[in-house]
Design a protein around this ligand. Structure first.
Ligand SMILES: NC(=O)C1=CN([C@@H]2O[C@H](COP(=O)(O)OP(=O)(O)OC[C@H]3O[C@@H](n4cnc5c(N)ncnc54)[C@H](OP(=O)(O)O)[C@@H]3O)[C@@H](O)[C@H]2O)C=CC1
Ligand SMILES: O=C(CO)[C@H](O)[C@H](O)COP(=O)(O)O
Length: 473
C-alpha cells in the first residue's frame, strides 16, 4: 500500500476536520484515534476523500503507514493526554520524525516538551490552530513554533490547508519552541475579550432597551456591514436569530447563562500579569466567565439586593444604538492593543522576536477573531512594527478619538442602569489612564513609603526619596 505523507492522531472535532482538509488538498494521510470505533466512523463519513486516508487501529500500524521522515499532527485534548500520546508514539519513531502538537497547549508545556526531546533526534513543533470546526475543515489560521528548519519541512502542507486572505496564506512560523502556542493563547485571550464585550452590548440591548433576540440579531447584522465586520459579529447575528426547535423560543433565551472555559483566556491573563502588561479587557472577560458560572450565588444575590431601579431609556434610541456600535469598536481597540502589548513583552522575555505584522496578517482569515479590523492592524504594524501600543498608531488613535465619546456615554448609561459591563468599562478606564500624563500613583508611592519605607522619585529629580512621615505611624 502506498504510504501516507503525513499522520494525524485524534479524530475529535478539530482533528477529523483537519484530516479531511489535508486529504482534500491532495495529501495522503494516515489517521489514528485512541478509541478505534471513532476511526471507523470517521472513515465512513469521509466520502470521496476516504481513498486518500489510511485508517489505523494501533500505533504500530499508524507509524508504519507514514513515509519517513514522518510529520505527525497530534490534535487531542491538551495537557497530560499529549504527554501520554507522545510517550506511546516515541518508541516507534525514527530520527527526524516530527511530532506536531496542534492542540491548545499551555506554552510552558510546549517549552518543556522541546527540552525533553532535545538530543533524541526527534523534532517537535508547537502549533496553534484557530478556526473551530469550519476553519479546520476549510482553512484555519495556523501559528507555528519550533526550529525554522522543521517549519520549512511542514510549510508546504500547512500552506495548502491554511485559510487565505486575498490569496495570502494565514500560516507562519512565529519563532522557536513555545512561540506558536503563546500567540494562540493570546489570540484566545483577545477572543475572550471580544466575546465578553459583544455579550455586554447584547445585555444593554436586551435588559436596557428590552429588545428581543431577533431585534438584537438585526442590529448585529447591520453592524457586520460596517467597521465591526467580523466573524464573531456575523455569528452573533446568526445565533440571536436561531430558534429552539424544542420550545419555539429564541435559542439564546433557553441557554443557561454560565460560560465554560478551557484555560487559554486565564493563561493569557496570567502571562500578562507575569510580564507586567496591563490587559484589563482580557482579565475582565475571564472574571466575567468566572462570575457567570456562579449562577446559584447570583440568583440568591439578586433576591437579596434586587436590581437597581430602572433609569430613563435613552431618548434617541437610534443614536444610542449608534453609540453602542462605536463603543464596541473603541473597546475592541483597547483589547487588541493589550493583547499585542502582551506579545511584544513576551517576545523580549522569551527571545522569540515575534513578528507583530505577520501575526496580525495570519489572523485576518481562518481564525475566530478574523475581521476587517485585523487588516487595519496589519497595516498599522507594517508601517511601525515597533510601536509600543496600538492605540498610538495614527489609524487607531483616530478610531479612539472618533469613538471615545460613544464609549463614555454607553458606560455612563449602563452604570446608572446597573447593567454589568466589566470589559467595556475597563476599556474606558484603560484609555483614560493611559492618556493622562499626571496620574494618581504619586499617592500610592507616598503610601508605600509611609508604611514600608519603599521610597519614591520626585518630579524635581532631587535626590530625596522618603517623605516627612517618620514617627507618624
Ligand atoms: N474545538 C475547537 O474549536 C478548537 C479546539 N482546539 C484544541 O484542539 C484540541 C482538540 O480539541 P477538539 O477536537 O475540540 O476536542 P474533542 O473533544 O472533539 O476531541 C478530543 C480528542 O482527544 C482525544 N483524547 C482525549 N484524551 C486522550 C488521551 N488521553 N490520549 C489520546 N487521545 C485522547 C479523543 O480521543 P477519544 O475519541 O478516544 O476520546 C479525541 O480524539 C484541544 O487541545 C482543543 O483545545 C483548538 C482550536 C479550536
Ligand atoms: O481555541 C478555540 C477557539 O479559538 C477553542 O474553541 C477554545 O476551546 C475556546 O476557548 P474556551 O473553550 O475556553 O472558550
Amino acid at each position: 500500500m502506498q504510504q501516507a505523507e503525513i499522520g494525524l492522531i485524534g479524530l475529535g472535532v478539530m482533528g477529523s476536520n483537519l484530516a479531511l482538509n489535508i486529504a482534500e488538498k491532495g495529501n495522503r494521510i494516515a489517521v489514528f484515534n485512541r478509541t478505534p470505533a471513532r476511526t471507523d466512523e470517521f472513515l465512513g463519513e469521509a466520502g470521496d476523500l476516504a481513498g486518500q486516508i489510511i485508517g489505523c487501529h494501533t500505533i504500530e500500524e499508524f507509524v508504519a503507514a507514514i513515509r519517513p521522515p514522518r510529520p505527525i499532527i497530534i490534535m487531542i485534548k491538551a495537557g497530560d493526554a499529549v504527554d501520554q500520546q507522545m510517550a506511546a508514539l516515541m518508541p516507534h519513531l525514527a530520527q527526524n520524525d516530527i511530532m506536531i502538537d496542534a492542540g491548545n497547549a499551555n506554552f510552558h508545556d510546549t517549552v518543556a516538551r522541546f527540552e525533553k526531546l532535545a538530543g533524541t533526534g526527534l523534532t517537535f513543533i508547537g502549533m496553534g490552530v484557530s478556526g473551530g470546526e469550519e476553519g479546520a475543515r476549510h482553512g484555519p489560521s495556523i501559528m507555528v513554533g519550533g526550529t525554522e528548519e522543521s517549519w520549512k519541512r511542514v510549510e508546504p502542507v500547512l500552506t495548502s490547508i491554511a485559510a487565505k486572505f486575498n490569496g495570502d496564506p494565514c500560516v507562519a512560523w512565529l519563532g522557536t519552541d513555545g512561540a506558536g502556542h503563546f500567540v494562540k493563547t493570546i489570540h484566545n485571550g483577545i477572543e475572550y475579550a471580544d466575546m465578553q464585550m459583544i455579550a455586554e452590548v447584547y445585555g444593554i440591548l436586551r435588559d436596557g432597551l428590552k429588545l428581543s433576540a431577533q431585534e438584537i440579531g438585526e442590529i448585529f447584522g447591520q453592524w457586520n456591514k460596517g467597521r465591526l465586520n467580523s466573524y464573531l459579529i456575523e455569528i452573533t447575528e446568526k445565533v440571536l436569530k436561531a430558534t429552539d426547535p424544542e420550545t419555539g423560543k429564541p435559542m439564546v433565551d433557553v441557554i443557561v447563562d454560565a460560560a465554560g472555559q478551557k484555560g487559554t483566556g486565564k493563561w493569557s491573563a496570567i502571562e500578562a500579569q507575569n510580564l507586567g502588561v496591563a490587559a484589563s479587557g482580557i482579565e475582565a472577560a475571564v472574571a466575567g466567565r468566572v462570575l457567570s458560572s456562579l449562577r446559584e450565588e447570583r440568583l440568591a444575590a439578586e433576591k437579596l439586593f434586587g436590581l437597581p431601579a430602572a433609569v430613563e431609556a435613552p431618548k434617541d434610541r437610534a443614536a444610542f444604538i449608534a453609540d453602542l456600535e462605536n463603543a464596541l469598536l473603541a473597546a475592541k481597540v483597547a483589547a487588541y492593543a493589550q493583547g499585542f502589548a502582551v506579545m511584544t513583552a513576551a517576545s523580549g522575555e522569551f527571545g522569540w522576536s515575534l513578528p507583530m505584522p505577520t501575526i496580525a496578517r495570519i489572523w485576518r482569515a481562518g481564525c475566530i477573531i478574523r475581521s476587517q479590523f485585523l487588516d487595519e492592524i496589519t497595516s498599522a504594524f507594517t508601517k511601525d512594527p515597533n510601536v509600543p501600543n496600538l492605540v498610538v498608531t495614527p489609524a487607531f488613535a483616530s478610531i479612539v478619538k472618533d469613538t471615545d465619546g460613544a464609549l463614555r456615554r454607553v458606560v455612563a448609561h449602563a452604570a446608572l442602569a446597573g447593567l454589568p459591563i466589566p470589559a467595556l468599562s475597563s476599556a474606558l478606564s484603560y484609555f483614560d489612564t493611559y492618556r493622562r500624563g499626571r496620574g494618581t500613583a504619586n499617592l500610592i508611592q507616598a503610601q508605600r513609603d509611609f508604611f514600608g519605607a519603599h521610597g519614591f522619585d520626585r518630579l524635581d529629580g532631587k535626590d530625596i526619596h522618603h517623605g516627612p512621615w517618620a514617627g507618624q505611624f
